[in-house]
Design a protein around this ligand. Structure first.
Ligand code: URA
Length: 203
């Protein structure tokens, strides 16, 4: 995948989007069809240096097929702006790419079924930084990259830059709280804002 140019990346990401649309193996596929929801592959700069990975799309996202366009998305946009970035500069996606019923937490088998798509997205985009939003994305990425911090809590790891060697070079993983956490606590909101500043180093 080394040296992919923009056009390659766009067509490879499109092919993944098509795979997702036809992902009948997903336990969430029947629910998507029944409700007339759209799958949410991800969007942004295929050449991005930073990829943001959330948990799963919610009600607004599955209406538009776009990640983080509801309330949490507005917060994410503000956080990006605070470090002089906008959505077009980065790539934004989720671990699970269909909406779980009633916005419940994703199940292990759901995470497993979408995992190959997320891992391919990372391979295609080749980001230098993987910023995880919330516990599910953090746990998934720490496990996939076999980091020694696996099993540690987000309350200990948030805002830290964790370095790892991959076949294509150094990658930095930055665990962040999910932006939606800011709705529930002013303290967490401030923490998320501070943690975002860590990303400035990598822009
Ligand atoms: N929350 C997420 O984790 N992802 C979205 O796309 C929207 C809300």
């Amino acid at each position: 995948m080394d040296g992919s140019n923009d056009e390659d990346r766009v067509s490879q990401l499109e092919a993944l989007g098509e795979e997702l649309r036809n992902l009948e193996a997903s336990p969430l596929y029947a629910y998507r069809e029944e409700k007339g929801y759209l799958p949410v592959p991800g969007e942004g700069n295929p050449d991005a240096k930073i990829i943001f990975i959330g948990e799963a799309p919610g009600a607004q996202e599955v209406k538009s097929g776009r990640p983080f366009v509801g309330n949490a998305g507005r917060l994410l946009d503000g956080l990006l702006a605070s470090i002089d970035l906008n959505r077009e500069d980065v790539y934004i996606t989720n671990v699970v790419k269909d909406r779980p019923p009633d916005n419940r937490d994703p199940h292990v088998n759901e995470i497993a079924v979408y995992a190959p798509i997320l891992l391919r997205q990372i391979e295609i985009i080749e980001p230098n930084v993987i910023a995880t939003l919330g516990r599910f994305a953090m746990e998934f990425i720490l496990e996939q990259f076999d980091l020694p911090q696996q099993g540690q809590k987000i309350s200990d790891l948030h805002g830290r830059a964790l370095h790892t060697e991959t076949a294509r070079g150094d990658v930095t993983i930055v665990p962040l709280y999910h932006p939606a956490a800011a709705f529930y606590s002013e303290d967490l909101k401030r923490t998320i804002e501070e943690d975002f500043q860590v990303l400035k180093r990598f822009i």
